[in-house]
Design a binder for this molecule. Structure first.
Ligand code: ADP
Ligand code: ZN
Length: 752
């Protein structure tokens, strides 16, 4: 018997192996197999029958660890689509789709019966402690290290599969009180702890009812766009649909959220209604826990998978619905190979398994909106906030210095300095909230203390030596940091260009706003939420818990705080600088800005007290700002679409971004120029309706010491685009082995 095996290597074609008789019963399409390749052993996946090629004698495979396949035919066919469309090796896609515990070269056997858990009881933080404790027990030391690396606990069978030790080792460790053996998985569950939301008792409003009915009658494979303003009760629609599908019809479901850590409220609402049926796939799970969740889903013990992007590959049979909440979010697109977009995979998977897709958003992506207006998706609308709640009043605060008025002198008093950041109306509004014991949210989509340092004499700006990115000033500890490569340096006292000594901080970051708030309103209890304050596993949940308990007056943060939060006592939202990002050289810059403003504004006034929003900006006439102020999504879309016609950009057509990078600029540029030329000649012969734009330097021309050039492929013809993209990925000759890299990014969400 010959089988075709996909490997998680940069190999676009599967390889053929023979199956020794001993394994014949264990090997089927979807099985894992260990095969020899390039003198090594690799874990691969059987993806079909093998074909004999002339002059090649296939090698026999070495092992078949599973009694049953790890991936079913429907999911395999979805993975094949991902590999084809996003131009990635199938083995790499399969590795992404399966839990890490199953894709290493040595991994546990699914189908084991016992669920015993080894849990560390004693911490041995120093090397000395470990060496003395395990002086004569090398195996125990290995078990200890593995357990620690898995987050302190792991199923016993997983340990045994990884390390093949005798049970006596664990017994001895338990006897010494280093570990204990428990019968069940015990891990902190941040979602169960939260108060149980009252969704079970709510009865849907008429628009919610209408949406739920349409969804539960949806034909297999149908895609719905649920456009509901913030606070319109989209989550209740999801919950009710799943009650019908999962509880009454015995189906299963996948619920995708942009980022688990940022949406604990949404997740806990699913947990509250469906309890044990839900598996929450969050990033804090250890490999062992993730594997357990995967097993429970594939055996049907859990019926709803809630998770970020990769949960789209959850091993569920009998799938009834896939929900993509906040479908416009860019985090649904993976930034490394395979560069898939979970929303697109959801649509393909639903078609394959006969499920319905619900794409929910207050600010749908232009792509989805266009599909809905053209009739490809069915549009469902929740036009109002539930319970008679009104959308908040939004006010624009113009931060420009009026013409004819002298520019303010370099700020001498803290008052003047603060005014550049915090306008009087916004500050007054914050004070009122403090008095009334209501809460506020302040958005500044830039972390750090101040965006950059600029020389007052020559205008030079401090940039990263490795990336062409301005360095951000951080106050504690005092450092200039690159947000791309983590490069950090001491702030200088003199300009590196002209030697000038007056270095001014320009722009501002969350830390600076925090300091200004604290100076002006010392009684204010401020919680800052950005990448710098949320490095711990549970940091997001802890900050949000404090807000929910009323221990925080102002939640200040980056775009992290704009999403999904539902705190009824938040009656004020302030956007410190709406212009951040609005001028980025990316055709989606305005769309991003509009979405962010609308989403964060939607956090205000979700309770009976109503709410106000202040948007500080220097471009009050920009359509992204104007339409966000008026809560006018459709007007925004109309204006924005006009701008995407000439030159055409998605959703008018499709894009592939081809990025070349290398340590030497000349070489990198040359490769992009040569490739574009060669491709143009080919396209001219083939008469394909694919256009090439570029090559040009990427807007961020250098990242981590690599120069970057790119060109774009544009076409309305998806199939042609696949062909050209495949050619580029698989056959383009790239000189200078490993020095130069080509990345093919289909449907890119960022062009920077
Ligand atoms: P969205 O996701 O559209 O922003 P949510 O689903 O978070 O909105 O709902 C906003 C608030 O309204 C929540 O607190 C929710 O409990 C409440 N809610 C939703 N539907 C109803 C309903 N039918 N009756 C009363 N309250 C509701
Ligand atoms: Zn850098």
């Amino acid at each position: 018997m010959l089988v075709s095996v996909a490997l998680p290597l940069p190999l676009y074609q599967p390889l053929t192996y023979t199956v020794p008789d001993d394994f014949a019963e264990r090997v089927a399409v979807g099985s894992r197999v260990v095969v020899p390749v390039r003198g090594r052993k690799e874990m691969g996946f059987v993806v079909g029958d093998g074909a004999r090629r002339d002059g090649v004698t296939p090698k026999p495979l070495i092992a078949a660890p599973d009694a049953t396949p790890v991936i079913d035919p429907a999911l395999l066919s979805v993975c094949k689509w991902v590999a084809e469309y996003y131009v990635a090796p199938l083995g790499v896609v399969l590795r992404t789709a399966l839990p890490a515990a199953l894709t290493g070269a040595d991994s546990p056997t699914p189908g084991a019966k016992t669920r015993r858990l080894a849990v560390l009881k004693r911490q041995l933080p120093t090397l000395i402690e470990r060496e003395t404790t395990f002086a004569r027990a090398k195996r125990q030391r290995e078990v200890y290290d593995l357990l620690e690396s898995l987050g302190g606990s792991a199923p016993v069978e997983l340990l045994q599969e990884r390390m093949a030790f005798s049970p006596a080792v664990l017994k001895a460790m338990a006897g010494r009180d280093i570990i204990e053996i428990r019968e069940e998985v015990v891990s902190r569950d941040p979602f169960a702890a939260r108060g149980t939301p009252a969704d079970a008792k709510l009865s849907p409003t008429a628009p919610q009812r209408h949406a739920i009915d349409a969804l539960s009658r949806g034909e297999p494979g149908k895609v719905f766009l649920l456009h509901g303003v913030t606070g319109s009760g989209k989550t209740l629609v999801y919950l009710d649909l799943l009650r019908t599908l999962v509880n009454e019809r015995g189906k299963t479901a996948i619920v995708l959220v942009p980022e688990i850590a940022l949406t604990p409220q949404t997740v806990s609402r699913f947990r509250a209604v469906f309890g044990d049926k839900v598996a929450v796939l969050h990033s804090a799970l250890s490999d062992g826990e993730r594997y357990d969740a995967w097993l429970a889903l594939s055996r049907g013990e859990k019926r709803i998978a809630v998770g970020a992007r990769s949960a789209i590959f959850a091993p569920l049979q009998n799938l009834g619905a896939i929900i993509v909440d906040e479908e416009h979010e860019t985090s649904y697109k993976q930034g490394e190979a395979p560069r898939y977009h979970a929303r697109e995979v959801a649509i393909v998977r639903a078609r394959e398994q006969g499920a319905v897709v619900v794409l929910g958003s207050a600010t749908p992506s232009l792509e989805s909106w266009t599909n809905a207006t053209s009739g490809k998706f069915q549009l469902l609308t929740l036009p109002d906030r539930v319970g008679g709640g009104r959308l908040p009043n939004v006010r624009v605060v113009d931060m420009r210095i009026p013409k004819g008025q002298p520019p303010p002198k370099p700020a001498t008093t803290s008052e003047a300095l603060a005014r550049l950041v915090l306008s009087e109306p916004l500050e007054d509004a914050l004070r009122v909230r403090l008095e009334r014991k209501e809460q506020s949210i302040l958005l500044l989509n830039r972390r750090g203390y101040s965006a950059f340092i600029q020389c007052a004499s020559c205008g030079a700006v401090e940039v990263c030596p490795n990336c062409s990115i301005t360095l951000t000033y951080h106050r504690s500890p005092e450092r200039l940091v690159c947000h791309y490569c983590q490069h950090a340096e001491e702030p200088r006292t003199k300009c590196r260009e002209c030697g000038g000594v007056v270095l001014r901080q320009r722009g501002l970051g969350t830390q600076q706003v925090e300091r200004i708030l604290a100076e002006r309103m010392p009684a204010m209890r401020i919680a800052r939420m950005d990448v710098d304050t949320t490095s711990g596993k549970w940091a997001h949940a802890d900050i949000l818990d404090r807000v929910a308990q009323g221990d925080v007056d102002v939640l200040l943060g980056t775009q992290m705080i704009a999403k999904g939060l539902d705190f009824p006592n938040v009656t004020l939202v302030g956007v410190v600088d709406a212009d951040v990002g609005i001028n980025l050289p990316d055709f989606r810059a305005s769309e991003r800005c509009f979405q962010l403003l609308s989403q964060v504004a939607g956090r205000a006034g979700r309770g009976p007290k109503g709410g106000d929003v202040f948007i500080q900006t220097r471009v009050p006439g920009h359509h992204a700002v104007v339409c966000a102020v008026e809560h006018d999504y459709e007007r925004f879309v109309k204006q924005e679409l006009t701008g995407r016609h000439d030159p055409p950009y998605p959703p008018m057509l499709r894009l592939v971004n081809v990025v070349f990078s290398g340590v030497r600029e000349e070489q990198t540029m040359q490769l992009s120029v040569d490739s574009a030329e060669q491709l143009r000649a080919m396209l001219a012969r083939g008469a394909a309706d694919v256009a090439i734009v570029g090559p040009a330097k990427c807007p961020i021309e250098r990242i981590k010491n690599r120069w970057r050039w790119h060109f774009m492929l544009k076409s309305a013809n998806a199939r042609q685009l696949t062909k050209v993209a495949r050619y580029l990925a698989e056959q383009l000759p790239v000189p200078g082995k490993g020095q130069l890299r080509v990345i093919v990014d289909r449907d890119p969400v960022s062009l920077l």
